[in-house]
Design a protein. Structure first.
Length: 169
């Protein structure tokens, strides 16, 4: 699948990929990913040393680019439903007509869907990478996310996605 060019991300996909040493997948897949200021602030507080270094390196190299939300008028309405980073990511994606929003949080995904924004989560991204042969095992990546990031994936979803990529039959 050929991915679109203007990509906006929320905090958790970037931080989780950084923690498990897979942040490079975003740059390889998209070239660059835009994050709003609130997401940049949340990422700056990441306590995982390796993850923090990976994020800083991505910012310096241009794989992550910080952009302000042009019009902040609707942010209070969104903040009533999602956290600050998600609200800014959704609004930045909407206002800049992003081709794709990377977001994992269920409430944030619901808002993105209501706004008509195309979105994907980290599981979808990793499944695409597995199908393209750029990662050897989706199951191993999901295990690392669970162990190192306390990432939750419902067992039924995990089985479905592993079946999709051919890791279980």
């Amino acid at each position: 699948m050929s991915w679109p060019m203007h990509i906006v991300s929320n905090t958790s996909p970037v931080s989780n990929l950084a923690i498990v040493g897979r942040l490079d997948l975003l740059r390889a897949k998209f070239g660059r990913v835009t994050i709003p200021s609130a997401v940049a602030h949340e990422l700056s507080r990441l306590s995982h040393p390796g993850g923090a270094v990976a994020i800083q390196s991505a910012l310096v190299a241009g794989g992550l680019v910080i952009a302000p939300v042009p019009d902040r008028a609707l942010l209070p309405v969104l903040r009533a439903r999602v956290d600050e980073g998600e609200a800014e990511a959704i609004e930045l994606a909407r206002q800049t007509q992003a081709d794709l929003l990377i977001i994992d949080d269920a409430a944030g995904r619901m808002v993105a869907q209501e706004e008509g924004l195309p979105y994907v989560g980290i599981i979808g991204l990793l499944a695409e990478e597995r199908e393209a042969g750029r990662i050897p095992s989706l199951k191993a990546e999901l295990g690392r996310l669970r162990a190192e990031c306390r990432f939750f994936i419902a067992p039924a979803l995990e089985e479905r996605v592993l079946r999709r990529v051919g890791e279980i039959v």
